[in-house]
Design a protein around this ligand. Structure first.
Ligand SMILES: Cc1cc2nc3c(=O)[nH]c(=O)nc-3n(C[C@H](O)[C@H](O)[C@H](O)COP(=O)(O)O)c2cc1C
Length: 187
């Protein structure tokens, strides 16, 4: 991959049956996929091989670790469960550490309530900082409240006003990912 190219996957962070967050993750992935000089993929937490018989670095998942080592920025799409992010998401992210160092992270909150997961995002900011990731400014995170009424049955977004917010959010993640990549390579 050239120095110009950025790798920014989208990580869908809930295993819940019937998860609405999947529609949001697919939408963000579709938007970032359109950009030049960015490679992306949708990483589904259900498909990384997460098990409940061990935790942490000693239980690293080689493919997932390689994806985290190769990325320059990560977009995490997470629902709010009891004002926090899902335990499965933490179990997954806890499997790596140095792979995250000085890389950008953009957080996307999803909820059926009116707040779009804002309390969850606050918690995820603190946690991702601990991991060594660099979150974009909190006020520039992206929120999908009342998610059940935002998409039609084919997963098409019904509210056009989101497009501008999505593209501003992606621009912010790309800027930080690019800046930090330069820093990692040159300083
Ligand atoms: C265990 C659990 C706890 C939840 N807690 C909250 C909450 O604190 N705030 C909220 O707005 N929605 C809460 N919800 C509803 C989610 O926002 C809703 O399921 C939404 O569709 C996003 O999650 P999903 O991707 O799992 O569908 C909760 C859902 C579950 C399953």
């Amino acid at each position: 991959m050239s120095d110009q190219m950025l790798n920014i996957p989208v990580f869908l962070g809930t295993v819940r049956q019937g998860r609405q967050s999947e529609k949001v993750a697919r939408l963000i992935h579709k938007e970032i996929f359109k950009l030049q000089d960015i490679s992306t993929e949708l990483i589904d937490i259900r498909e990384i091989g997460l098990t409940l018989d061990d935790e942490g670095l000693s239980a690293q998942l080689p493919d997932f670790a390689a994806k985290m080592a190769a990325m320059d920025g990560l977009i995490i799409v997470s629902p709010e469960y009891n004002h926090n992010f899902p335990g499965s998401l933490k179990m997954a992210l806890d499997r790596n550490l140095e792979e995250y160092a000085n890389k950008a992270v953009g957080l996307v909150g999803v909820s059926s309530g009116n707040w779009g997961g804002v309390r969850m995002v606050e918690s995820l900011v603190n946690y991702t900082v601990r991991l060594g990731l660099k979150p974009i400014q909190s006020s520039k995170s992206l929120y999908f409240p009342n998610v059940e009424s935002l998409f039609d049955e084919n997963g098409v977004l019904l509210d056009d006003s989101y497009q501008e917010r999505i593209s501003k959010f992606i621009k912010e993640v790309v800027w930080l990912a690019k800046t930090l990549k330069w820093g990692r390579n040159n300083l």
